[in-house]
Design a protein around this ligand. Sequence first.
Ligand SMILES: O=C(O)c1cc(=O)[nH]c(=O)n1[C@@H]1O[C@H](COP(=O)(O)O)[C@@H](O)[C@H]1O
Length: 224
Amino acid sequence: MTNPVYLALDLPQLDAAKALAARVKNHVGGLKLGLEFFCAHGSHGVHEIAQVGLPIFLDLKLHDIPNTVAGAMQAIHVLEPSIVTVHASGGRAMLEDAKAAAGEHTKVVAVTMLTSLDEQDLKRTGVGGTPHDHVMRLTELAHDAGIDGIVCSGQEVGGAHKQWKDGFFVVPGLRPAGSAVGDQKRVVTPRQARDDGASVLVIGRPISRADDPVQAARDIEATL
Ligand SMILES: O=C(O)c1cc(=O)[nH]c(=O)n1[C@@H]1O[C@H](COP(=O)(O)O)[C@@H](O)[C@H]1O
């Protein structure tokens, strides 16, 4: 079984990110580069991290008009990411155009509801109902738009999986038992998310901020 864990390299320094990736590379299945990394180091940084030899998940959370998102997807072909994120709330046309513009080997997945939000936060953005309702609604939209899958918390992945049998499910907001939650609100353990149908487990600080990141990655791997 390939390791489903993608390590979120949310570090400001390129050298530190590359060194961490090289240290843990035998205990994770891929590397996720997000906004913090991409704004600081751009394409050059992605090429540097790709040298570690693991698949790259480019978490850009694109959210704009269809033409702009399609242009951004075209521009990143050269980086050959295995996964790219867009926001589901960008709407059907944006999702369709993002998929049409993506590279042949790139999975396009739509962020449904950030794991740092709860029902109260949702209400304040004008959206009624539970996180579960909202995620299921956006899962249907992503499915109908013909993209590859969604990003959701481990609290919804079981329901989303039932609704979309062959979908690709990326789950962040994961915390091994006893580890600090930080800014995340809808958290589950990596094992729980995997059992409920997650395809990819995104894990950052529980590994990157551990006293011994290699041991932390090994401990998580052992629970899966
Ligand atoms: O798209 C994501 O990866 C993402 C979506 C989401 O809803 N929640 C979420 O935490 N993420 C990302 O997943 C990672 C989680 O990091 P940790 O909370 O440190 O494990 C970060 O890089 C976030 O940007």
